[in-house]
Design a protein around this ligand. Structure first.
Ligand code: NAD
Ligand code: WQD
Length: 352
């Protein structure tokens, strides 16, 4: 896909989704500036992005809450649009440390928007989450489904940002903003060179299963076997990270000719249970995943999958990768990089 918007600032571009987006932008012929404070990532991911993209990208080490730094980036780099991934994303951590989440996710986005406004850059794609739907009563979940009563600061931080972005777009019709509500991103680039590298014990299902498969963890705890789903375990809409980032390029493309505040779900429209994910991963990896059913995790919902019609109609975007590809790519990344980006041969020379 070729984009007319050429120079893109990617905040959080060293992270899991941001690194895949940075690569997709390089491949689309864009100049990429990554701003990341590396609080949950490593520069090695960007070295590998540059290697895969066959081209250097520009890396700025710094914080999205640093207004002076943002001002200098917008002054120097002639940015056309921003993909804003930077933020904290652990639901459990947000309950214990809400101020860190509101500061990073809410204040960070406010500072970014102020600097964008001052620089006259008004095209923004924001990483939102299906978590804003709370515990929806009906499936699938469309963009018109009411946002739910949220039980954790992480989810509230995403909803607050969506709300002030909407206010911003109403206040000034030169803004073109997309809030993309991700369902459950999984998988990795097919090279196995970039992927998800969670610090410590993973919270999310796929990184946890991957670490069981590679022998770093003994077994998976399946949180709840008594939901009213087809096998009693929770059902989610897992989406390949490459499909997800393609949705961002489609959103950027749409924002060229579309003002205002727009919400699009990025999911596949299909739900899989935890036990189905375990089986699919076993098929993909050839390893068995020992598991134990344990009580439900507090705050979890029974099921969630996307209505994808709006993104199809308005972005001409649809997820094309199936469950097996997600699992094969997740396993390739994990098996080639059992310690994530650590202790790996460095290619940092290609990052300026
Ligand atoms: P990630 O932690 O891998 O990436 C986030 C990146 O942002 C990291 O590289 C981190 O170092 C950087 N960062 C954090 N705070 C920063 C700051 N103040 N200044 C500069 N850089 C900062 O997470 P991810 O999975 O790639 O998620 C990206 C975005 O998508 C996040 O906003 C997250 O909330 C959102 N999201 C993720 C998921 C998911 O399941 N992964 C689902 C829905 C939404
Ligand atoms: C998926 C399923 C668990 C781990 C979270 C955030 C959401 C979004 C994506 C950022 C559920 C089960 C999990 C384990 C398990 N992130 N599970 N054992 O909870 O759908 O969404 O990540 O925006 O905001 O809430 O994803 O991967 O944690 O769980 O049984 O060790 O796997 O109960 O059914 P979730 P998840």
């Amino acid at each position: 896909m070729q984009l007319k918007l050429r120079r893109i600032l990617v905040t959080g571009g060293a992270g899991y989704i941001g690194s895949h987006a940075a690569l997709a932008l390089l491949e689309a012929g864009c100049d990429v500036v990554v701003l990341d404070n590396l609080c949950n990532s490593s520069k090695e991911s960007l070295a590998r992005v540059a290697h895969l993209g066959g081209r250097a990208l520009n890396f700025v080490l710094g914080d999205v809450r640093d207004s002076d730094l943002l001002r200098s980036i917008f002054a120097d780099k002639e940015i056309d649009a921003v993909l804003h991934f930077a933020g904290l994303k652990s639901v459990g951590e947000s309950v214990g440390n809400p101020l860190a989440y509101y500061d990073n996710n809410v204040s960070g986005t406010l500072k970014l928007c102020e600097a964008m406004s001052d620089a006259g850059v008004r095209k923004l794609v924001f990483s939102s989450s299906a978590t804003v739907y709370g515990d929806p009563h009906e499936m699938p979940v469309s963009e018109a489904t009411p946002t739910g009563s949220l039980t954790n600061p992480y989810g509230r931080s995403k909803l607050i940002v969506e709300q002030f972005l909407q206010d911003l777009a109403i206040s000034d019709d030169r803004w073109s903003i997309a809030a993309l509500r991700y369902f459950n991103p999984v998988g990795a680039h097919s090279s196995g060179l970039i992927g998800e590298d969670p610090g410590g014990i993973p919270n999310n299902l796929l990184p946890y299963i991957s670490q069981v498969a590679v022998g770093k963890l003994d077994f998976l705890s399946v949180f709840g076997g008594d939901y009213s789903t087809r096998d009693g375990t929770g059902v989610r809409d897992y989406i390949h990270v490459l499909d997800l980032v393609h949705g961002h390029l489609c959103a950027l493309d749409a924002l060229q000719n579309r003002a205002g505040f727009n919400i699009w779900n990025l999911g596949t429209g299909r739900g899989y249970s935890v036990l189905e994910i375990i089986s699919a991963f076993e098929r993909a990896s050839g390893r068995s995943i020992p598991y134990k059913i344990v009580p439900r995790r507090q705050g979890d919902i029974k099921e969630c999958w996307a209505d994808t019609a709006k993104a199809l109609a308005e972005l001409k975007w649809v997820a094309v990768r199936g469950l097996d590809e997600m699992m094969i790519d997740a396993w390739r990344w994990q098996s080639l990089n059992p310690n994530g980006y650590h202790k790996a041969p460095s290619r940092t020379d290609s990052v300026k």
